[in-house]
Design a protein. Structure first.
Length: 414
């Protein structure tokens, strides 16, 4: 069991919990404001079908990396839940932070639960305004992961925000406002799917708050642990799925017992029945840890193997192919080059026949193509080939300045 309390001066977890909550909240609020290599630190750019991910620009065709990353996150989340229980809910989740904030404002305005029936119209209106502001902030913060914050505010003020963004902003603001005004902790106990999932994951190795039966005789039945519980739980009755591992009951008990020069009764321990840290060595936890490790290796390998540039080619639908003066076939193509590296680079496109490797002539600006890190460039060009009897298979090669073949794409000339 984890013992950190001492008689006289109890060690409290609340300051650490608040630091964690504010750390995560600030991180979520600030991430969209940071830029790396000229792009957002983390943002989904829907018009360009790209994801800016900590200095990398991932195009839609690379979404398998996002899928792998999501799988890793899911496994990591399951493993964390299996070991640390609902520690996410109590210590990190923005929903809990919002609920705490809402309750804090209500208390500051003299609108604690027991006072709610009193006539305090000004305070009640002020509280609704605070809820609305928080709801708008959360909603705008979500949109900043799609539209750069400065761009968002500029468009909002000038009325140029896309109607889909406006609808999202209003809908999310409404949902968060209703959550703050009506639902709050009910979300954690009744609605949140993660909370439901946790009940299936909690086992003999999960970190829980526990009052060991051998300590029960020291309980003075003061009820502090129950009064501070945001979920309305009596931890003395044993493990309950609604518990979000926040540790408020532990702090309350430590403070009460410190006055009697005794350590608190409630402790963090592994196992729903208080088995202790040895319970961590079980097959379920070990298998999930192994799966998470394998996924980390797969993701590192996938990122490492990723080519530094990509080339996509398609026959132009707007320009008709034709036979030119010398009897050759001119075929119009569109090409998209993506610089996936973190530096500016220069590229050129070459073409050859697939069967014999003979070089083919390209007309158009396909040399010295300068692309910034993460930039995606579209170019149009004409490929000159012999007129094929049936069809001619060709290859387009994307080369860099040191003549490395970075990407090869095939096409047929008919
Ligand atoms: S029982 Fe304790 S740890 Fe669980 S939610 Fe209530 S106060 Fe938080
Ligand atoms: S705070 Fe501690 S002493 Fe008081 S009722 Fe809860 S467990 Fe018992």
């Amino acid at each position: 069991m984890i013992e950190t309390s001492c008689p006289g001066r109890p060690t409290l977890l609340s300051p650490w919990r608040r630091r964690c909550q504010w750390g995560v909240t600030l991180l979520l609020l600030l991430i969209p404001w940071f830029r790396v290599n000229g792009n957002s630190l983390l943002r989904i750019d829907i018009p360009n079908l790209s994801l800016y991910f900590f200095g990398q620009t991932l195009r839609i065709e690379e979404l398998y990396l996002i899928l792998l990353f999501s799988l890793l996150l899911t496994l990591g989340f399951l493993l964390t839940t299996m070991i640390l229980g609902r520690v996410w809910c109590g210590w990190l989740c923005p929903q809990t932070t919002l609920s705490d904030l809402a309750e804090w404002f209500a208390t500051r305005l003299g609108l604690q639960k027991k006072n709610l029936l009193k006539e305090q119209p000004i305070q009640k209106i002020a509280l609704q305004i605070v809820y609305l502001f928080l709801a708008f902030l959360v909603s705008a913060n979500l949109l900043w992961y799609f539209i750069e914050p400065w761009d968002f505010f500029a468009k909002l003020v000038t009325g140029q925000l896309h109607y889909a963004s406006c609808i999202s902003l209003l809908l999310v603001t409404l949902v968060i406002y209703l959550d703050l005004a009506l639902i709050r902790r009910l979300m954690c106990s009744d609605f949140c799917p993660y909370g439901r999932l946790q009940t299936t994951l909690a086992d003999q190795a999960t970190l829980t708050l526990h009052l060991p039966p051998v300590e029960l005789h020291r309980c003075i039945k003061c009820g502090s642990c129950v009064r501070v519980c945001p979920m309305g739980i009596d931890i003395r009755s044993g493990y309950q799925i609604e518990c979000i591992n926040c540790g408020r009951c532990l702090d309350a008990c430590r403070q009460v017992m410190a006055k009697r020069n005794q350590p608190g009764l409630i402790k963090y321990t592994f196992g729903t029945a208080g088995e202790g840290h040895r319970a961590l060595l079980n097959l379920r936890t070990l298998l999930l840890s192994l799966a998470t490790l394998v996924m980390i290796v797969v993701l590192i390998f996938a990122v490492y193997q990723r080519p530094s540039a990509s080339l996509k080619i398609s026959v132009s639908h707007t320009a008709a192919n034709r036979i030119i003066k010398d009897g050759s076939r001119a075929t119009f193509f569109n090409a998209w080059i993506n610089n996936r590296s973190t530096q500016k680079a220069s590229y050129r496109i070459e073409a050859r026949q697939t069967d014999n490797g003979n070089p083919l002539v390209i007309k158009g600006q396909t040399k010295e193509l300068q692309l910034e890190a993460g930039e995606n460039l579209r170019i149009d060009f004409v490929l000159v080939t012999p007129v094929p009897k049936d069809k001619l298979e060709v290859e387009f090669i994307l080369m860099n300045q040191t003549d490395d073949e970075l990407a090869i794409t095939g096409a047929y000339i008919k």
